[in-house]
Design a protein around this ligand. Structure first.
Ligand code: GDP
Length: 538
């Protein structure tokens, strides 16, 4: 294997480059304003060039090239592909990893969360924490990801700021420490007081929010006759008296969130959020490693030779050539295009010749990358989610979690002459993690079961089975509604319960499936010793 050791000078560069990376995702419920906020972050970072906000969306919406895959995205109006937006601001390099908003793709989002160093939790000021936010939050908490919370749509009636604190404490058991405080009631939002400096940033609307909003910065005494400002300052004094100060350690281990108020559509509060990402969001740090048994085994230092984690594999992003793109998060070392790396799972060497930077739907060749960056490897057929790639020194990272599925169908081969295509298609989709492909080991010639966190996953699976693999498939309802990961020793007890079954994935993972939540609860009550885990690994 040929390798390019880092020159001593480059090692210094590496530390500097890693320190200026900010790799994050936005987690939210659909419609909370993620697309809008993303675009406004780009606007404030100056990453839209001369373009006005609205251009990114317009570009994403211009899907003249169609394939069946794209068609599905287009007709459903759902973004299926995960993309990476990379932009620079104040000397920092941001990698914003997009997360599919649709609930059916929350597994993809889970994987994205294994590749970020921080997340912005976006909530609608009127609706608060919604189901999808909750699921994602649970994963973020399990991974102890530092969270910045942006309370959006403050230009409309919604919860008052103290109510928001209460709401987060009760629904998420999360301590929220406001770093700015809104002036003006929700719906009559004027600006924010920066808690640290005490300065009042009064915003001005711009037409359609297309340009950076001019800000007027006022200090105490400048506008004492403004009753809203006076009120906000009183509230803040009250808060200062009763609530804890911002604790960087609690923020970094995810036990407290930094809270911001704003309105993405009118640009209010976007600037402060962006500077907070620079100041607070952590730069990449040494990634935890595990041994062959999955037990903790130290960490990969940033300046170790290159290692990266495949956190997402996307097929057919480009309809003109049905290719696969594997997204690799750089965890250590410097990545160079053309580098030959080892895939830890297969032991095979892989030349990273087709490495790209992916900006929305556009690609550019990527010559080098540093910890925190995401490289899109095009055409690497044998890369799977969870694979570790490394140079020289083997690396092994903890498995990526995925959510227990909630939807189940039997999948039938409708054309016996094409059984091979059917089998190959299923294998591939299971490997890619598009759906779980499960079998009932007990039965003689078992009909495979597809399982996912949403029905849309099945549509994608059928679509790809037919168009990509030339199989013909039929789906039949399966009777289960909830699943948990279990251990082989627990299988007999679970199988004895009425309304319960155990299915097995190709990698040996055992999934207990239940006809109803009730069946599961009864089993948990009667047999507290059973392993019934909500999170799986891939
Ligand atoms: P996503 O589904 O989370 O990506 O949400 P979008 O960014 O597409 O926004 C959903 C809707 O909320 C759109 O109609 C936006 O114009 C609107 N929206 C987003 N941010 C704000 C905001 O700050 N205030 C108001 N009033 N509407 C907003």
């Amino acid at each position: 294997m040929s390798s390019t050791p880092l020159a001593p000078a480059a090692a210094g560069t590496l530390a500097v480059e890693a320190a200026r990376r900010r790799t994050f995702a936005i987690i939210s419920h659909p419609d909370a304003g993620k697309t809008t906020l993303t675009e406004k972050l780009l606007l404030y970072a100056g990453a839209l060039g001369g373009a006005e906000a609205g251009a990114v969306k317009a570009r994403a919406g211009r899907r003249d090239s169609t394939s069946d895959w794209m068609e599905l995205e287009r007709t459903r109006g759902i973004s299926v592909s995960s993309t990476v937006l990379r932009f620079e601001h104040e000397g920092h390099v941001f990698n914003l990893l997009d997360t599919p908003g649709h609930k059916d793709f929350s597994e993809d989002t889970l994987r994205v969360l294994s590749a970020v160093d921080a997340a912005v939790m976006l909530i609608d000021a009127a609706k608060g924490v919604e189901p999808q936010t909750l699921r994602l939050f649970e994963v973020a908490r399990a991974r102890r990801i530092p969270l910045l919370t942006f309370v959006n749509k403050y230009d409309r009636p919604g919860m008052e700021p103290l109510e928001v604190l209460d709401h987060l404490a009760t629904t998420l058991e999360l301590e929220a420490v406001p770093l700015n405080w809104p002036v003006g009631l929700p719906g009559a939002f004027q600006g924010v007081i920066d808690r640290e400096s005490g300065l009042f940033h009064r915003f001005t609307r711009t037409a359609g929010g297309a340009r950076v909003a001019p800000e007027q910065i006022l200090r105490a005494g400048d506008a004492d006759d403004d009753p809203e400002w006076a009120r906000a300052r009183e509230e803040l004094e009250l808060l200062d008296a009763v609530a804890d100060d911002f604790d960087p350690d609690a923020f970094r281990d995810g036990s407290a969130t930094a809270l911001f108020f704003g309105s993405a559509v009118s640009n209010f509060g976007v600037g402060p959020l962006l500077s907070a990402l620079v100041r607070l969001a952590p730069a990449p740090s040494p990634r935890r490693e595990v041994d062959a048994a999955g037990e903790p085994n130290g960490a990969r230092e940033l300046d170790a030779p290159f290692a990266g984690l495949v956190f997402k594999v996307q097929a057919n992003m480009d309809p003109r050539h049905r290719d696969r793109i594997a997204f690799v998060r750089v965890c250590s070392g410097r990545f160079e295009r053309g580098m030959r790396v080892v895939n830890g799972r297969t032991g095979r060497t892989l030349a990273m010749a087709h490495a790209h930077e992916v900006f929305g739907r556009e690609r550019a060749l990527m010559e080098e990358a540093f910890p925190g960056d995401v490289v899109g490897v095009v055409g690497a057929q044998d890369l799977r989610v969870g694979d570790t790639l490394y140079l020289d020194v083997p690396a092994r990272f903890p498995a990526i979690p995925s959510l227990a599925p909630e939807f189940f169908v039997f999948v039938r081969n409708r054309d016996s002459a094409r059984y091979k295509q059917f089998r190959r298609g299923l294998e591939q989709l299971d490997e890619e993690g598009v759906v779980h492909v499960l079998r009932r080991e007990a039965a003689g010639d078992p009909v495979p079961v597809l399982a996912g966190v949403g029905r849309l996953q099945f549509e994608v699976a059928v679509n790809r089975m037919e168009n990509e693999f030339g199989a013909r498939v039929g789906l039949d309802e399966a009777p289960w509604t909830v699943a948990r990961r279990t251990e082989p020793g627990d299988v007999p007890t679970i199988r004895e319960a009425t309304g319960a079954e155990v299915l097995v994935r190709a990698d040996g993972t055992q999934l207990a499936v239940f006809r109803s939540e009730f069946v599961l609860q009864r089993l948990e009550r009667d047999h507290p010793e059973l392993t019934l885990d909500r999170l799986l690994t891939r």
